[in-house]
Each structure stands twice: as C-alpha cells, then as structure tokens.
Design a protein around this ligand. Sequence first.
Ligand code: ATP
Length: 318
Amino acid sequence: MPAIEVENLTKRYGRVWALKGVFMSVEKGEVAAVLGPNGAGKTTLLKAIAGALRPTGGRVEVVGVRVRPGDPRVKSLIGYVAEGPSFFPELSVEEGLRIVGSLHGIGGEELRARIEDIISELGLGPHMKRKYAHLSRGLRRRAEIGAAIIHDPPVLILDEPTLGLDVFSVIALRNIIRVFAKKGKAVVIATHNIAEAMSISDRVFILRNGVVIASGSPKELRRLIGAEEALIAKVEGDAERVAETIPTALGPRVEGNTIILTGPAHECLTALLKAADAVGARVVSVTTKELTWEEVFMRLLEKRSREERACQCPLGGR
Ligand code: ATP
C-alpha cells in the first residue's frame, strides 16, 4: 500500500479549477517533489493531501486512510508545514513543541522524550529556550518541522521548505528530510528550486494548469525529453534565421552567434547542418554539455505544450 495515493483530484475555487484531475502515488521511504510554474496548483495539492482543504472531486488516501478535513485520524497520520509561519511567535521552541504535542494527545514522559529527540535531530539544542519570533528564518523552519513531526506521523508535507534560506540552512534541511525518509516515512515537498528537488527526490511530479504533465525519478524525467545533453553550435551568419529553420521539437535557442539545441544528438546535428545550409550560414564549432535541471524542466513543459497543440487538446485537458 502506498503512503500517499491521489486519484483524479479536482479543486475548484469559484470559476478557477486549481486542480483538474491529479493522480499521484508516493511510497513509504520516498521523497517526492511537486514542481510547477506559479499558479500550477502545488499549494492546493499539498493542502488537499494534508486535509487542510476539501477537494471538489477525487480521492486522497494516506497509508490507506481516506483524507477528510477535520478527521482526527488523518491529523495523526500527517505532518504539514505550510508556506507561511506556523508556530506560536511568543513561545520558546520547547514550549511550542509541548503545546503541539499536547494537542495531539501526547503527554508526560513520552512527550518529554519526543521533544528531546526532535530538538537533537533538528539541531535545535542551543535554541530550545529562545522565542520562535526571535529565531532566524532557517531555525524557524526547523521549529515548524519539529511541530509537524511531534506525533511521529508516517507522512510529512512541506510547502516551499527552503524558500529564503541560506545554503547552510538548505543543506541542514535536506539532511533532515533524508533522515525522515530513511525511517520509512514519505515526504512531499513543493518547491520552485528545481535543482534542489532533483537532488533530494526519488520521484518528481511536474504540475501545470492543475494536472501532472510529467512524473518519474529525476533520471526518468531526463529520458522523457529524449536528450541528456545540449548541443551548442557557433555559427557564422544569421543565427536567428538558422534557429527559425530548425524544428521546434529540438528547442532551438539563440545566444549571440551560438545556437543551443536539446534533443537526440544525431537529430540535432542533422537539423543544424541542414538549416545552416538552407540560410547560407556556416557552422564553425559544435560542442555538447549536460542539460541543467532548469533546461530539462523547461523542455518538459514545452514538450507537453507541443503535444497538446498537436492533439488540439484544450490547455490542461479540461
Ligand atoms: P505558486 O507557485 O505561485 O505558489 P501554486 O502552484 O502553489 O502557485 P496554487 O496556490 O495552488 O498554485 O493556486 C492554483 C490556482 O488556484 C491559482 O490560479 C490560484 O490563483 C487559485 N487559487 C488558489 N487559492 C485560491 C483561493 N483561496 N481562492 C481562489 N483562487 C485560489
């Protein structure tokens, strides 16, 4: 049984369909990242998984339990850290954790031991007596995660966990997430940091216009665009016209007198030479480089747009 199962999930806000039929499955011990442009539906999806909103249609199950907002069983299964601050500003880290623990019905020695573990795991020892409001952003994030896992849930949902954090805090948080997953828990993060998502996740879901347009391991996503590398060619002549003559499926981009293509290497080279010949330009040099994750992400979005245009589906399928 997967830790998280999302089936045909929809959410409508007035006239806006934020989710248009999302399918998603995350196993125990996996870290899953939800990526997508602004307004794609990431926060809405995470809220629906966490039981923080009522979907319009579809189904979410966490370790086999149907998620319904307000159901105390669901609260015990999920730790959710929303985008904004979610702790008691005037309380110390330790006091805040104690209150959240009590709200989950944990008390006495069990709660004391749990707080001690969390404070040590999250490196909050030197800060446990400090007021949350006085902590740096990175430490606040850790305190919020501490509150989200005080009841030891099998699933942790984090919305933009590293937004605005420095590199040290990002690395610390990544380690925290990995340790959590190693214990057999499932973690879902929504982020705009594509490279980070790819480095930490076992599975990535790319959301656009309320639907998952691509999913898989980072390696599988690279394979989906049919290219691991970009071909970089310097040309003498009108680079813009050469690029315009190359099939858009190869994602031609121009930077000065350089043309960058992403697609199967032999196809790129053949198309480049043909296009240069057609417009009377000359290819001076050709090199390759590994695609950045941002380029992979952009290519996947473009690929989906092309497919939709080709089958004349309305954007997002609804
Ligand atoms: P971002 O990357 O900008 O945070 P997102 O991918 O998290 O965006 P959502 O916040 O889930 O996207 O929003 C998806 C769509 O639903 C957007 O069109 C947004 O304007 C709309 N939306 C979200 N919340 C509400 C709401 N409470 N009322 C009305 N519309 C909403």
